[in-house]
Design a protein around this ligand. Structure first.
Ligand SMILES: [Zn+2]
Length: 581
């Protein structure tokens, strides 16, 4: 008997030693940790295939402590735990926008988006000028030609409301802008000023500049406009982060980075003011240290920049600020006929790729070898094909796998290239709202492509069917970053007004669940974050949204009637709608 007791004692002692060894805080064992906050009675889509649906969430610190049934989660609450009753509302992982451009339009700029008439244009401009009397320049943009008589812009429309200060406002795509007389005077633009290379100074029948400047001619104006102060950019960042949180976004991949803006993000990080998780993509630099013919950059980059990119990658490792990708351009856009196509546009021209294949291969291989994820803007089928070739070359040359290189926009691929995305592990980074068939898409984009290519342009279904990883983004600030608006476009391929009925090339429509994946877990995969976020899984970051409607059961037309009620990032509320209580 004694022996047995002794054995029992020894076994018990050994057990406690084990507990102590594996649990540094033995006290925590006696009082199990409780949740900071629990969210119960929810209708939760987790995005996690192992447990796709749940009722409740427990949050501890910045993480999901548990995801499960009401009973399981309530068991984790103590008297100090905050309890939120979701009242049956729909919950999804926080949305990720995988391609946009923070910090976005300045807080001190006038927004002219969506304006339909000259009256409204002038009213907005004059009100902005009156409410911003200290600004030495009035800048901003977002206007479209349809707001002006005969679709023709002229400085006189601006002079009539603001003449004491210079005004320069850009058109919505940013390819042109409109100045008033004062701005033309400051920029020294007269009837005698010649067009700069790749730009046009528009002039009337009498040879007088009209105030409209196209493409590179805009530089004449931009060189005179004082750059924003750091504080202005900081306020701009804060403002747009608030808007993004109100749209349910918790993570973004910024297709832009500049040293000037960097300081502002670091300041926000230090102030604990970031409301989004950022992953930045600085611009690509060519392997030979020179610059390609068209690189969309002001200065040629040097190999020192590569060192700097590596330093940034080592310094900012997340989860709020991260580096690790770089971004380059292979072509322009279909609307400007600068997207590089293998066959001519209807009406002529094929666009010209910005790179030679050999230079591109060498450059991509350099970054691939250094462990970077390469993001290439490629819209035309020729450019997309070149991007795939370069990724294939890099993998073969370096013997690398798993770099998750990406093609941005990827609007008009060759159907024969689709299987290569999965084969090469290349991510299709598409913009859901590009499939919204507005007048530009129907009357310009689709016409230039012709029916054969238009039928699969911005078709998100073809990438899903090809087994590729597809991520959704907005390309904000050119387009709205609202994921709900993007989901509506991807699922219906109709305008918000419901045209055309049944959708534009409806074969390209995808399910709402697929759209949700592209805005959540696929995005996390594209930024190498699938282990820490993207699904509502215990142990991952507590990033989620509460919506007013169940996206999985409502008719697709109701997606636009759905509201974001609550956004939580890292366990903290970044947005709460007044309707949520
Ligand atoms: Zn972009």
């Amino acid at each position: 008997m004694r022996v047995v007791t002794d054995r029992r004692l020894r076994a018990t002692a050994a057990f406690f030693l084990l507990v102590i060894a594996f649990c540094p805080s033995i006290k925590a064992q006696s009082a199990a940790p409780h949740a900071d906050r629990i969210f119960v009675n929810g209708n939760i889509w987790t995005g996690d295939d192992a447990h796709p649906r749940a009722e409740a969430i427990a949050v501890l610190g910045d993480k999901l402590m548990a995801v499960g049934t009401n009973l399981q989660i309530r068991a984790l609450a103590s008297s100090e735990t905050g309890i939120v009753d979701l009242k049956g509302r729909f919950v999804a992982p926080g949305f990720q926008d995988s391609h946009l451009h923070f910090p976005g339009p300045s807080v001190n700029s006038v927004r002219l988006d969506g304006i339909e008439t000259l009256d409204a244009f002038q009213k907005r401009l004059s009100e902005f000028a009156k409410s911003h009397e200290k600004l030495s320049w009035i800048t901003g943009g977002g206007w479209g030609y349809s707001a002006f008589p005969n679709q023709t812009v002229d400085k006189k429309y601006v002079d009539a409301v603001v003449s004491d200060r210079p005004v320069y406002v850009s058109e919505r795509d940013g390819h042109m802008g409109l100045a008033n007389s004062k701005a033309l005077l400051i920029a020294g633009i007269t009837r005698d000023t010649p067009d700069p290379p790749n730009g046009h100074i528009m002039k009337d029948a009498n040879g007088e500049p009209t105030g409209e400047l196209k493409e590179a001619a805009q530089e004449l104006m931009y060189s005179k406009i004082p750059p924003p102060t750091e504080d202005e950019t900081y306020q701009t960042l804060l403002k747009h982060m608030d808007e993004a949180a109100a749209d349910g976004l918790t993570s973004v991949q910024n297709a832009t980075w500049s040293p000037a803006d960097h300081a502002v993000y670091v300041r926000a990080l230090a102030a604990n003011a970031l409301k989004l998780r950022f992953r930045f993509a600085p611009p690509i630099l060519p392997a030979d240290g020179g610059a390609p013919a068209h690189h969309n950059l002001q200065k040629p980059l040097t190999l020192d920049d590569l060192k700097e990119y590596k330093r940034l990658r080592d310094t900012f490792r997340g989860p709020l600020m991260k580096f690790g990708s770089i971004k380059g351009f292979l072509d322009g856009t279909v609307d400007a006929r600068t997207a590089a196509m293998s066959e001519p546009y209807v009406g002529g021209g094929t666009g010209i790729p910005f790179w030679e294949q050999d230079d591109l291969n060498k450059t991509v291989a350099l970054y691939d070898k250094e462990g970077f994820q390469v993001m290439l803007h490629a819209i035309g089928d020729k450019a997309i094909n070149m991007a795939l070739n370069a990724f294939e070359y890099a993998a073969k040359t370096n013997g690398t796998t798993g770099r998750r290189h990406r093609i941005e926009h990827v609007e008009v691929p060759l159907l024969a290239d689709l299987p290569r995305f999965k084969q090469l592990g290349v991510i299709a980074s598409t913009q859901a709202l590009f499939a919204s068939p507005d007048s530009t898409v129907l009357q310009n984009f689709a016409v230039l492509l012709g029916p054969e290519r238009a039928a699969h342009a911005d078709s998100f279904k073809i990438f899903d069917d090809a087994g590729a990883v597809q991520v959704f983004g907005s390309d904000w600030s050119v387009f709205d970053f609202s994921p709900l608006k993007g989901m509506y476009a991807a699922v219906t391929r109709m305008t918000p007004e419901g045209t055309p009925p049944g959708g534009w090339y409806p074969a390209g429509r995808i399910s709402i669940e697929a759209a949700l994946r592209h805005y959540t877990r696929d995005g996390a995969y594209a930024s190498f974050d699938e282990d820490i976020r993207g699904t509502l899984t215990a142990g991952k970051l507590a990033d989620f949204v509460v919506l007013s409607k169940d996206l999985l059961t409502i008719p697709p037309t109701d997606i636009l009637k759905t509201k974001v009620l609550l956004t939580v990032m890292g366990g903290k509320e970044t947005y709460r709608d007044k309707e949520f209580q």
